[in-house]
Ligand binder design. Structure first.
Ligand SMILES: [Ca+2]
Ligand SMILES: [Ca+2]
Length: 590
């Protein structure tokens, strides 16, 4: 059954809605939005395609019935084709035709040409077209590290002073315990800033870190060969695992050693202004232990324990420490199964509240089963009742199934192999059915344009890549490619949603460092939230949205936290999918 995103994916940290956008009066804030998309543009992946990938573009319906592929900037036609019949796209109000040019496999730079329209942005065909965006999407996490100065050697023009050491964090009254009364001080350094703001939230950084580790588990060869130019480059650990460790070390400090419970977040009492990290110096607090945080933590630490186990020499004791932390959090959740996040009256930052933790129980149990082989965890997962859905921070049951599918060959007899395969295949089939009927040829459906829609597209693609791995059904790979194409420009606004990548990409993300650093270009490698029709920021924005339609409700302005913010949990599936498409696409076109 297809999930209902409106029901299952809550808005990102709700209180942001109530925070007036105060940045316009501050220096360094760009007020101009980038030009609006032309009314009729060809929607295409603006980076390009692997030679063996499905290649499709979206063309506004007009008089033309044919298209040509030309060498970029020339009239040299290398391929011609017929446009598919026009179809209506209710989410964008467009009538469009698909141009399919999958057979174009010769490496080079091209444009798609249709009579009566501007040529498409240039795109490449080549084996390495996704390498740079994959590396940048991971490097973005480095740019959002807390507690470390970004030096010029690693950060280039985006060098900055360290912010938020978090070595003296207060225990909020909501988190007080006998050993740690309100106002006592703990150290909780490292981790990443969550998004455009400077706070740290367990459940959101948990799914993020898991997704990075999943990418490692599925495509290790790609990451072993990768040099991200981060401070740990050249050490004995692959850079992706160095970056993930930066957050895992923070997460470990969020567990109360006295009882195994996990604080929900580490935050100011209110959001910072649009300033650089080192200028944001409000007191920081750990706030309330919750069941969701404990279970999310348990799942991530169980995963990390097996990922870092082969690196015992580099990280002595780390794997065992993570597994012990996972089990302690699991035990706390067993004893406190319904402690939901309740925002204290004096705290106004993101909530990440979640009152359905049945999925978190299932996910944590699955990861503990995979890592330990203990059948009691499989039983606790209650597999027959646990569905697979497209993951989001509050809706993690699909992660249990993807992990089980990934490790299926090593699982013991407790696991139901047929059920694992059927859960992944059924969810992939439903996404592929949407892809087939979509006018844009993408898995995204009208209801998928929610807050963070870009990540919906990429999490769908992640599911589809798992489906392809299990079944070898080519449709699943092609649908996943279409989801990535969406994020990189095959969409109704004709924009690659990744900063710094593509002919047209966001220039004014709602991201404090990008706005406050005085540099025109945004910090690169971030995917912005993308279009969604609720436009909760409309009242706070001096610029207006170009459209109220779901697929066109996008505003490239720093005011637009509802369509143009960045977030770590949106970048993580970009890391996964840009790696997976590279690793799984057959070398030759067919
Ligand atoms: Ca390294
Ligand atoms: Ca949940």
């Amino acid at each position: 059954m297809r999930h209902d995103p409106l029901r299952f994916i809550p808005l990102r940290k709700l209180p942001a809605l109530m925070v007036p956008f105060a940045c316009l009066a501050l220096p360094g804030v760009a007020a101009a939005a980038t030009p609006r998309p032309a009314s009729a543009t060809i929607g295409i992946n603006q980076l390009g395609f692997l030679p063996g990938a499905a290649k499709v573009a979206v063309v506004p319906d007009g008089a033309a019935r044919t298209f040509a592929i030309v060498k970029a900037g020339t009239d040299t036609v290398v391929l011609g084709g017929t446009l598919a019949p026009a179809a209506a796209s209710p989410e964008s109000g467009d009538r469009v035709r698909l141009a399919t040019f999958t057979q174009l496999a010769t490496p080079g730079r091209y444009q798609l040409r249709v009579a009566g329209l501007p040529d498409s942005p240039p795109f490449d065909v080549g084996a390495d077209v996704l390498q740079a965006v994959n590396a940048a999407s991971i490097k973005a996490f480095y740019f959002n590290r807390t507690a470390i100065a970004l030096d010029e050697r690693h950060a280039g023009v985006f060098k900055r002073a360290a912010g938020h050491p978090d070595t003296r964090v207060l225990v909020h009254a909501s988190a007080a315990s006998p050993a740690r009364p309100a106002g006592s001080v703990i150290a909780s350094p490292k981790g990443w800033y969550d998004a455009g703001d400077y706070n740290k939230y367990i459940v959101n950084s948990g799914i993020t870190t898991y997704t990075l580790l999943a990418a490692w588990e599925d495509f290790p060869a790609l990451f072993k060969a990768q040099d991200l130019n981060i401070p740990e480059s050249g050490n004995a650990l692959p850079d992706l695992l160095d970056e993930a460790l930066w957050n895992l070390e923070w997460m470990l400090t969020m567990q109360d050693p006295a009882d195994g419970g996990v604080y929900h977040k580490l935050t100011n009492l209110s959001f910072d202004g649009m300033v650089m990290p080192d200028q944001a110096t409000q007191p920081r607090y750990v706030v309330q232990k919750t069941t969701a945080a404990a279970l999310n933590f348990a799942a991530v630490m169980a995963t990390a324990s097996r990922v870092y186990a082969p690196f015992e020499k580099q990280l002595p004791g780390m794997s065992a420490r993570m597994l012990a932390a996972s089990k302690a959090a699991w035990q706390w959740a067993q004893a406190h199964p319904r402690v939901y996040y309740q925002q204290p009256k004096d705290v106004a930052t993101g909530e990440y509240g979640d009152k359905d933790v049945s999925d978190e129980f299932g996910w944590a149990a699955a990861e503990l089963f995979i890592t330990t082989g203990d059948a009691a965890y499989y039983k606790a997962m209650n597999a027959p009742a646990l569905q697979a859905t497209v993951p989001s921070w509050a809706e993690v049951r699909g992660l249990a199934w993807m992990s089980l599918a990934r490790h299926r060959k090593q699982l013991n007899a407790a696991a139901d192999q047929a059920l694992i395969a059927s859960r992944i295949d059924a969810l992939s089939a439903s996404l592929a059915a949407g892809w087939k009927k979509s006018a844009y040829g993408i898995p995204m459906q009208p209801a998928d344009y929610i807050w963070g829609s870009s990540a919906v597209a990429l999490n769908q693609a992640m599911v589809l890549l798992h489906g392809y791995r299990i079944t070898d059904k080519r449709d699943y790979l092609d649908a996943a490619q279409a989801g990535l194409d969406y994020a990189l420009g095959r969409n109704a606004v004709g924009i690659s949603f990744v900063t710094g990548f593509g002919a047209r990409s966001p220039m004014h993300p709602h991201h404090r460092p990008s706005e406050a650093d005085g540099i025109a270009a945004p910090v690169p490698g971030w995917i912005v939230g993308g279009p969604q029709p609720a436009q909760q920021d409309k009242k706070d924005c001096p610029a207006s949205y170009p459209s109220s339609l779901p697929a066109k409700s996008y505003l490239d302005h720093a005011c637009s936290y509802a369509s143009n913010e960045v977030a770590i949990n949106w970048n993580a599936p970009l890391v996964y999918v840009s790696a997976g498409v590279q690793a799984l696409t057959p070398a030759a076109a067919k």
